[in-house]
Design a protein around this ligand. Structure first.
Ligand SMILES: Nc1ncnc2c1ncn2[C@@H]1O[C@H](COP(=O)(O)OP(=O)(O)OP(=O)(O)O)[C@@H](O)[C@H]1O
Length: 324
């Protein structure tokens, strides 16, 4: 039994199909990132997992409990921590009073160590709290009853870099002790540092679920070529060339620079380029942003063939926007 099990989850708002047949599992003891552009359907899934929305079709189980069954949902929530995107605490209460209320509902096994770590100003009223302080208090409230699973919506927004790092270290250590973490994020460096696997959702549909490492492998390499002469377009008509940009860097002696993402066999590329005089050639790991943008734009999901664009750009129509 996985910690979270979604099967055919569908939420139809009438005009918008916010979740369409979403199926995936989050395993015990993993950190799972749920990513997608604005309006993709992330919050809809999260609110369904918390029993705040009823699915139109499909099922959602949290820690083995059906979220549409009230008794089972209560059972699941005892072992669950949830940090919403903007925690809504009573504005007139102090931080200490907020935590006392949470303790009376869920229990308190860990607030002391969490307060040492995140240190929100407990004696101030929430209305005086900054965004970052609300987030710090929210983290203490989320973890204080020592949950088995946490669902976090943009957990580090508002935290300064030091606290973000402290949060990352804390979450990784908890994962190593068996905690399951499901979080949504737009911060790709955080996703890269923290997640074991990611699920990417677009227009309500899940487009991939896979380990971060395999996403990075597929993201290919960024190739920069600097040639003394223009390279004919046929030479760069190779499987795996994406988003080719050319830049004539000045007079004839300055040559032309070519930049593209390459997901093919580097040996094939080098073979093609053997007959051209290159001033410079560099091959670097592609930034994670690039592969996410391909999913967000639908290229990966639709299996778009980029060779048309390679033709167009290599023919001299650089257009300015590579769309990748
Ligand atoms: N109560 C509602 N009634 C109608 N449409 C809704 C409702 N709630 C959400 N939607 C629509 O469902 C889609 C998915 O919204 P959702 O909030 O789940 O996306 P999201 O991925 O969390 O976005 P963001 O990153 O911007 O928070 C959007 O098109 C949104 O406008």
């Amino acid at each position: 039994m996985a910690a979270i099990e979604l099967e055919g989850l569908t939420k139809d708002y009438g005009e918008v199909l916010a979740n369409a047949d979403v199926t995936f599992d989050v395993e015990h003891g993993e950190i799972f990132g749920y990513l997608g552009p604005n309006g993709a359907g992330k919050t809809t899934t999260i609110r369904t997992l918390l029993g705040l929305l009823s699915p139109t079709a499909g099922t959602a189980r949290v820690l083995g409990q059906e979220v549409t069954d009230e008794g089972q949902l209560i059972e699941a929530k005892r072992r669950l921590g949830y940090l919403p995107d903007s925690p809504a605490f009573d504005e007139t209460a102090t931080g200490r009073e907020v935590l006392e209320l949470h303790a009376s509902i869920k229990g308190d096994e860990r607030s002391e160590e969490l307060l040492d770590l995140f240190d929100p100003p407990l004696d101030r009223e929430i209305r005086e709290y900054s965004r970052g302080n609300v987030q710090k208090l929210g983290l203490v409230a989320t973890f204080m009853h020592d949950p088995d699973l946490v669902i976090l919506d943009e957990p580090t927004s508002g935290l300064d870099p030091l606290l973000q790092q402290r949060f990352n270290e804390f979450v990784r250590a908890e994962r190593d002790d068996g905690l399951t973490v499901f979080f949504s994020s737009h911060i790709l460096s955080e996703v890269r540092k923290l997640c074991d696997r990611v699920g990417i959702i677009r227009d309500g549909r899940l487009v991939t679920v896979e380990p971060v490492e395999s996403l990075l492998d597929r993201s290919g390499k960024v190739v920069r070529l600097h040639a003394t002469e223009a390279i004919p377009r046929q030479a760069l008509e190779i499987d795996g060339v994406h988003g080719l940009e050319t830049d004539a860097t000045g007079g004839p002696s300055d040559g032309t620079e070519y930049v593209f993402t390459f997901t093919g066999d580097v040996n094939d590329l080098l073979e093609r380029l053997r007959e051209y005089r290159l001033l410079d050639l560099s091959v670097e790991e592609a930034p994670l942003e690039e592969v996410f943008m391909r999913f967000y734009d639908g290229e990966e999901a639709g299996g778009d063939d980029r060779s048309d664009e390679a033709d167009r750009v290599a023919a001299g129509d650089t257009g300015g926007d590579d769309g990748v």
